[in-house]
Design a protein around this ligand. Sequence first.
Ligand code: FES
Length: 123
Amino acid sequence: MRYGGFRLGQFEKHVFVCTSGDWCPLQDGDGLGVHARLKQLVKQAGLNERIRINNSGCFNQCGHGPMVVVYPEDVWYAGVSVADADEIFSQHLVGNQPVARLIYDAPLGSNKMKRDDEGRIIS
Ligand code: FES
């Protein structure tokens, strides 16, 4: 992507997976598994120089995870499973078509869900 004559970013797709927040990595799903699967798929396809999968800390959207963000499109995904990672890889990262059913639709800013003392989401 170009902006004002400059290329933005060092990769065609730069993906961040919440892997060190309190909830996405293990509580709200398997964020660690999502990250590992995306890295595996990129490596198997030989796309390491074009697609970068990075760990990330909390996006302040806890309770909606596991969360994944793809740049430069600025597409946010919520509730991503390991199986969904395959679809994100093939359809979005390779095919340039975001996976509509996983797109996160929330108000701007923080959207952490409230939890009780045992970590259960309070609706
Ligand atoms: S732990 Fe992933 S958004 Fe907060």
